[in-house]
Write a protein of this length. Structure first.
Length: 349
């Protein structure tokens, strides 16, 4: 019986067998497989593809995984429409993936093209399109190509911006999307970028390079350059990762109490409105109050991202004042009636 199973498994990965003979690729795949299987077993999944070496390597690893475990997946290519050649590049990436028998679809942004905060807005566009398509396909798992370099860079970017615990620990192997409809999975978070470049060169003999990666006007580029200098001065990446692990553990603990707080003090009416007891503000810690209010506003307004932290804090300050009656934030109306707060979506949104 065991022999039969082994034969079936070999047949499933026949397309990728020649690459598994490369010990470097095999080692990366085995680590990837362990991480992804632990999170999704053999469930359907989508992956986000930009055309860079990280996401192309992810597409290849996803293909190997899908053949071994018979789990269907689709590569979603994002065309932000931010550059003239973006459409051409997206079609080229789709052609290459299709040639390697990887199912792919291009998601094109047709809304207003951002002129400022380009990287931030591009990220919002990317997650909006991915979230929308995953919901359309009724797929709950979105696999992303963030690697070790992204993990470290994101930590320092958030540190520069004065982020709190949630922001500093925002990149981990798995978390829920902001609207709680998707599992965001990053099985490559402990993989080095150089290893992903190796896979892309070996398998596809191609990858795109984003010109914004070299522009000093972007904070991420400057952080990347700082880190190169810090490494020369002895920066220990493993110690940074240990710090991140500790922060993520603390963040999970606070989220546990946030969920408990919502159960105790909030009642949703089909996500169109939410009734919240004022006891929330009397018996919970500041951070739990902050996350609870932020979470409720995000769900009621149907925004993928919650409102800015300082805006939520200002709202909480107003709510806790004796004169509070009504306010708006993030396309939500918040009203006080007796000992109850009512959160509902603004009309016309």
């Amino acid at each position: 019986m065991k022999k039969k199973n082994s034969t079936v498994q070999q047949k499933k990965v026949k397309f990728d067998n020649k690459y598994l003979k490369d010990l470097k690729i095999k080692k990366i795949y085995l680590t990837f497989k362990k991480q992804l299987y632990f999170q999704i077993k053999n469930a359907k999944f989508c992956i986000g593809v930009s055309g860079g070496p990280d996401s192309l390597a992810l597409a290849f690893l996803g293909k190997m995984f899908s053949k071994e475990f018979n789990s269907k997946f689709i590569a979603l290519i994002i065309d932000h429409n931010l550059r003239k050649q973006s459409g051409i590049e997206a079609r080229k990436v789709k052609k290459i993936l299709t040639e390697h028998k990887i199912r792919a679809k291009i998601l094109t942004w047709k809304g207003k093209i951002p002129k400022s905060n380009i990287q931030f807005n591009a990220r919002n566009i990317r997650y909006f399109l991915l979230n929308k398509e995953c919901n359309k396909l009724n797929i709950k798992n979105l696999v992303l190509a963030h690697h070790e370099g992204d993990l470290i860079e994101n930590f320092f970017i958030r540190l520069f911006r004065g982020s709190g615990l949630k922001g500093l620990s925002s990149l981990n192997i798995k978390r829920y999307s902001e609207d709680n409809t998707l599992n965001l999975i990053r099985p490559l978070i402990n993989t080095k970028k150089s290893e992903l470049i190796y896979i892309s060169k070996k398998v596809f003999k191609f990858y795109l390079t984003d010109p914004s990666n070299f522009k000093e006007k972007f904070l991420r580029t400057r952080i990347r350059n700082y880190l190169d200098k810090f490494r020369l001065d002895g920066l220990d990446i493993n110690k940074v990762k240990l710090t991140l692990s500790n922060l993520q553990s603390a963040n999970e603990s606070i989220n546990f109490y946030k969920e408990k707080s919502i159960k105790n003090y909030a009642r949703y009416l089909q996500r169109k409105s939410c009734f919240v007891s004022y006891d929330l503000f009397n018996y919970e810690s500041k951070e739990v109050i902050f996350r609870t209010v932020s979470d409720i506003i995000s769900k009621i307004s149907d925004n993928y991202y919650p409102p800015r932290g300082k805006d939520v804090k200002n709202l909480i300050t107003r709510i806790q004042s004796k004169k509070f009656k009504k306010s708006t934030l993030g396309k939500c109306i918040i009203e006080k009636t007796h000992n109850i707060l009512i959160f509902r979506k603004e009309f016309g949104n």
